[in-house]
Ligand binder design. Structure first.
Ligand code: ADP
Length: 438
């Protein structure tokens, strides 16, 4: 650039000198200087004019004059323009590749800004959320998808890991939706079509429910006959059958228990939205649970009960009874005869806590994570002998989920276990008058 500047200065000096000399020769110095300066200005303006036409896109190709200062300026601008064009082409090809790949994705993907407004979406989002026209861009997604649980999910910023919901445009489509934060406070909403999975789950639930229903009647009939036979006088049936009858009776009772628990589990799964909310007097309920547990353990263990009698809970009375009795009965069944069982019901940091501590056989750490699975038992023989179905803790987990409560298990093999249930503060209620029940 420096060289062209020197050249340009020389060009001006030579022009002015030529004008000066010619002016001296013809005796019109000022006029000739004026003509020379004007010609110089016109030349610059012409180059500027051409550059402006090129910049504004009216003139294609190379921008005007070559050589000299203008040549350098035009060259530099032209190169910059070509580089930008190349970059633009590369970027738009990356963008179009990115769009094609996200369009090919089986999941619906919506890019949201900080306020939850739609910035961009892929093809699957059109099918699942009904996003179509460019009018949808910039709108809050919660205005277009008005399903209450989705609106709440968006409001909470997707704090819950994922939610399941039906598509707002087709209620036969079931979705699993999650929000992933990224970049500068942007969020990516990903929705997966889980209709097939949902149908399979539905089929599984229906199958269990149907089988359990079908089995209930024959089992009840068999149990009834066995009971009648066992109650007959000593000779009919023959004495040697008595033992067999007792075993058969025990097994049919087991089958009845399993069917009852399976039906309860199915009901809990299918009635996921309809929890019967009552104000439950938990201490009265626990008195009952403790008394029944003592009978189950033939009064062999020492059971203590410490309760905050003013602490009530909002939830289903029968379901909560099922939770407490399952946990307490387990403590009795897995604790030796001279063992200790401590039950407590109290409030901590606003939350309501129920804990069952026993000095029983305990559970090894690797088993603890699987205890709430259906039919998972650490010791199958022991569970069966004590009348277990292997479904108790699965039922407990389901009911606790319905009450937004959490189950914690701590245990040391050979020393004992503690089962701790934590109910959220929103479900607690303090009632001063002990006799008050709602
Ligand atoms: P089960 O009918 O077999 O007791 P649950 O679902 O209630 O089924 O419990 C699952 C398993 O967890 C039990 O089989 C037992 O091995 C273990 N378990 C539950 N509670 C206790 C406890 N208090 N102490 C030791 N083991 C326990």
């Amino acid at each position: 650039m420096k060289r062209s500047w020197i050249k340009e200065v020389w060009r001006l000096v030579v022009l002015l000198l030529a004008a000066l000399l010619t002016g001296l020769l013809v005796g019109q110095v000022l006029w000739l200087l004026l003509i020379a300066v004007t010609a110089y200005l016109v030349w610059h303006i012409r180059n500027l004019y051409e550059l402006e036409r090129w910049l504004s896109g009216k003139h294609k190709g190379y921008p005007g004059e070559r050589g000299g200062l203008w040549g350098d300026v035009n060259d530099a601008l032209y190169q910059m323009h070509r580089r930008n064009n190349k970059r633009k082409k590369r970027l738009s090809s990356i963008l179009s590749r990115f769009r094609k790949s996200t369009d090919a994705m089986p999941d619906a993907t919506v890019v949201l800004d900080e306020q939850g407004n739609i910035e961009w979406w892929n093809r699957e989002s059109k099918r699942i959320f009904g996003l179509k026209s460019s009018l949808d861009a910039g709108q809050p997604l919660a205005n277009l998808v008005r399903t209450p649980e989705f609106v709440e999910f968006m409001r909470s910023g997707g704090s819950q890991e994922r939610i399941e919901m039906v598509s707002p445009v087709d209620e036969d489509i079931h979705l699993s939706v999650r929000i992933i934060p990224y970049g500068n406070k942007q969020r990516l909403l990903v929705a997966r079509d889980i209709t097939r999975l949902h149908q399979l789950e539905q089929m599984r639930q229906d199958f269990i429910a149907n089988v359990s229903h079908e089995l209930r009647t024959p089992i009840t009939v068999i149990s009834g006959y066995l009971e009648a036979l066992a109650d007959e006088p000593v000779d009919t049936p023959p004495v040697e059958w008595k033992k067999t009858l007792t075993v058969m009776q025990k097994q049919s009772q087991r089958m009845e228990d399993i069917v009852r628990d399976l039906l309860l589990l199915t009901r809990l799964e299918t009635e996921s939205q309809t929890l019967r909310e009552q104000h439950v007097n938990v201490s009265a309920l626990l008195d009952m649970v403790r008394d029944n547990a003592m009978v189950l353990g033939h009064n062999q263990q020492q059971v203590t009960l410490e309760m905050d009698r003013t602490l009530y809970l909002k939830g289903s009375h029968d379901e909560l009874y099922s939770v407490f009795s399952n946990l307490v009965n387990n403590a009795v069944r897995y604790t030796p005869e001279d063992g200790l069982i401590d039950l407590s019901w109290y409030q901590k940091d606003g939350k309501a806590i129920f804990s069952v501590r026993d000095s029983g056989i305990g559970i090894a750490a690797h088993n603890i994570v699987r205890l709430t699975e259906r039919f998972y038992r650490v010791d199958v023989g022991r569970s069966r002998d004590s009348g277990g179905t292997g479904l108790g803790l699965a039922i407990v987990k389901h009911i606790l989920n319905r009450h937004q409560a959490e189950l914690g298990i701590k245990s040391t093999p050979g020393k004992g276990s503690t089962f701790l249930v934590e109910f959220p503060a929103a479900r607690t209620r303090e009632v001063d008058d002990e006799n008050q029940r709602t």
